[in-house]
Design a protein around this ligand. Structure first.
Ligand code: BGC
Length: 255
């Protein structure tokens, strides 16, 4: 087990990719802080499965779009387990709207949860690591859309583009402290964020044609990479983005 004795906070771990990451890190021996906003029953399910695996878990409710709640979340994690080693910034939202119809509240919601929340969660972890003079690992769940345009999802793309620079910039600033930061960039994964798409046979068919491996990804496809990046095997890796997308990102071809 690669994460024995470690404590990991996974934001948005009541469902989807976050839940799979929580379970994978637990199976590697980590104690897990399970964060949720609107699905307490999902968080309880994650906790139950973490316990079944034989690891410890602790659920905390927090809105990642609110900096005070983000800081309280990180502090609750430290209080409960006595320390925090790994932060997975997974919580994310997206809203579909043409650029000219994006409302201020949707813009704020997407940027606040996806980018501001990740930024201040990382800051709270780093303050704790500096105080306790320990190394640590930050993993952002970004998206292929940190590079790739996604029409009708402009605020989402802005947030993921920001996350890309967050990893690069903080890698330089945090390296001397022994803290690494990397991004995992999923493509189309079967999760609740994609429910609409999954129920639209035509759109789904068109998307599959763009994926060389010819299937949507599974949350577990993402989780295994996160577990590697959280482990000592990845100690020399920082400031990088790793794409998990079945080949979607580079699949441009002329007919
Ligand atoms: C988005 C999904 C989208 C996928 C591929 C993800 O970042 O959350 O809605 O299907 O990228 O475009």
């Amino acid at each position: 087990m690669k994460l024995e004795g470690k404590v990991a906070l996974v934001t948005g771990s009541s469902q989807g990719i976050g839940q799979a990451i929580a379970l994978k890190l637990a199976s590697e021996g980590a104690s897990i802080v399970i964060d949720y906003r609107s699905h307490p029953e999902g968080a309880e399910e994650t906790l139950k499965q973490v316990n079944n695996i034989g690891s410890k878990g602790y659920t905390v409710k927090a809105d990642l779009g609110n900096v005070q709640q983000v800081q309280d979340l990180v502090n609750a994690a430290i209080q409960h387990f006595g320390k925090l080693d790994i932060l997975v910034n997974n919580a994310g939202v997206e809203r579909h709207a043409p650029f000219w119809e994006v409302t201020e509240s949707d813009y704020d919601m997407v940027l606040n949860v996806n980018l501001k929340g990740a930024f201040f969660a990382a800051q709270a972890l780093v303050q704790h690591l500096i105080e306790t003079k320990r190394p640590g690992k930050i993993i952002n769940i970004s998206s292929v859309h940190e590079d790739l345009p996604f029409p009708n999802f402009a605020p989402y793309c802005l947030s993921k583009g920001g996350m890309k620079m967050m990893a690069r910039d903080l890698a330089v600033e945090l390296g001397p402290l022994g803290i690494t930061i990397n991004n995992v960039a999923p493509g189309a994964i079967e999760t609740p964020i994609n429910t609409k798409l999954l129920n639209d046979a035509e759109k789904l068919g068109a998307l599959l044609q763009n994926i060389p491996l010819n299937r949507l990804g599974k949350s577990e496809d993402v989780a295994s990479l996160v577990a590697f990046l959280a482990s000592e095997d990845a100690d020399y890796i920082t400031g990088s983005t790793f794409v998990v997308d079945g080949g979607l990102l580079w699949n441009y071809h002329e007919q």
